[in-house]
Design a protein around this ligand. Structure first.
Ligand SMILES: *Cc1c(COP(=O)(O)O)cnc(C)c1O
Length: 417
């Protein structure tokens, strides 16, 4: 049974101050999980998690993770600007972008961020726009199908990211000529993986490529960036990935490939987004209407503009009717938002306890790729974000949008100024 991290009473206290729809985050859950991750990888001196900012770009949450020792993984100008304003720089920032604009490379170099190149043509582009740093990372795309125990986990060949194996070899040689002294390698081959085999399998591929590149070119590899992709249990019948088993699997791959080839001192980096925050954020929304036509509809005051994963991916997000956590799920509903789009459904044919008007719903795993994917379609305004502290107090960490925010880019018209 999936339980929310807050009670109905606490949720009502929060929404009395900051009305629904509202994204709420659990500080204790975030910190405990980050500490567990760091502890799991503590076998590797220099291990670092670069939180994927795109998942939840909120200063308070980034600071919370930074306090635990995490850096940030940015991929756009504004994400870099956010890191800059939070006082992060140098090895605290991984810049894993693609189709990168010149101004983004310029800012990344100004901040002395670690640049992760997505393509071989970006070597010249970076050289011309911002200069080549002494330490650089290359994003590897091994092509083909990515399989674990014969199950296809992804098709890198179809992915737009990264350099081919042959391009990796050429890029390393060219970058060495351009003065690069230290290399990193990055790959992201599967998303939201459940189970413990993804990172170990990926590590084996990355480590083998390091050995090959080192033997061919003599290049010094100082880190291996396993990127994101460790999943979370969205469904109640899934269990949390065992991060200790995952880290142990990476350790075994390290010994079998790097250590076996006489390569030492390679730091493990990760760029987790979902795993860091998804379970520790929820979307609070109020039931405002009921509708009985060919189906039974529960209408809520949130919509896909506040959490778009169900609408665009058909993703499952568990829903708890607060205060009815232990009641039997006897009724079948579609839980829907107010967009003029029939895909705006948080749940279809979901069994829930009998729902009443005014009930407060908690939509689970909204802590990553939730608020951040929000948009203004249908003139909807993005919600506020609140951080719940371990002592039960809470703080506003982003205000809700106002109509004036929506109209801000129309200030070219006198009537909107
Ligand atoms: C999206 C992304 C991540 C984070 O992915 P999660 O699935 O949230 O862990 C990490 N690195 C890069 C380059 C990404 O694009």
């Amino acid at each position: 049974m999936k339980q929310p991290f807050l009670t109905k009473a606490k949720a009502e206290e929060i929404v009395a101050k900051y009305p629904t729809p509202l994204h709420v985050y659990d500080e204790k859950g975030i910190v405990d999980n980050a500490r567990e991750l760091l502890s799991a990888f503590s076998w590797n001196p220099g291990y670092k998690e670069y939180f994927a900012v795109k998942a939840t770009p909120n200063p308070a949450l980034i600071r919370l993770l930074a306090k635990e020792g995490c850096g940030v993984d940015c991929s756009s100008l504004t994400e870099l600007m956010m890191a800059e304003r939070l006082g992060l720089r140098g090895d605290e920032i991984m810049f894993s972008s693609n189709e990168t604009a010149a101004e983004e490379f310029v800012l990344a170099r100004k901040l002395d961020a670690i640049i992760n190149l997505d393509d071989i043509t970006h070597i010249d582009f970076l050289n011309e726009t911002a200069g080549i740093p002494q330490k650089i990372c290359l994003r590897f795309n091994p092509g083909g199908e990515f399989k674990i125990n014969n199950a296809v986990m992804g098709t890198p060949e179809e992915a737009k990211y990264g350099l081919t194996s042959a391009q990796m070899d050429e890029a390393v040689e060219r970058l060495m000529k351009l003065g690069v002294k230290e290399f990193g390698i990055h790959a992201f081959l599967a998303s939201n993986t459940i189970g413990e085999s993804y990172y170990p399998k990926l590590a084996e591929i990355i480590f083998s490529k390091i050995v090959e590149l080192h033997q061919k070119t003599g290049a010094k590899f100082v880190f291996a960036n396993l990127s994101g992709g460790v999943g979370v249990p969205y469904r109640p019948d899934q269990k949390k990935n065992d991060i200790f088993k995952i880290a142990q699997g990476v350790k075994e791959a390290y010994a079998a490939t790097l250590t076996a080839a006489g390569i030492e001192g390679v730091k493990i980096f990760t760029e987790l987004g979902r795993y860091m925050l998804a379970p520790y954020g929820g979307l609070l929304t109020r039931v405002i209407h009921f509708k009985h036509t060919y189906k039974e509809y529960v209408g809520v005051d949130a919509c896909a503009a506040h959490l778009m994963r169900p609408a665009i991916y058909g993703a499952y997000h568990h829903i708890t009717v607060l205060g009815k956590e232990n009641q039997p799920e006897t009724n079948r509903y579609d839980v829907v938002g107010s967009l003029c789009e029939n895909s705006d459904k948080f749940a279809v044919d979901r069994m829930l306890p009998p729902v009443e008007k005014g009930d407060l719903l908690f939509i689970h795993e909204a802590g990553a790729h939730g608020h951040s994917m929000g948009y203004n379609y249908n003139g909807k305004l993005r919600s506020a974000e609140v951080l719940l502290h371990p002592d039960g107090t809470f703080d506003l960490i982003r205000r809700a949008e106002k109509p004036s925010d929506y109209f801000a880019t129309l200030d070219i018209y006198p009537e909107f100024q």
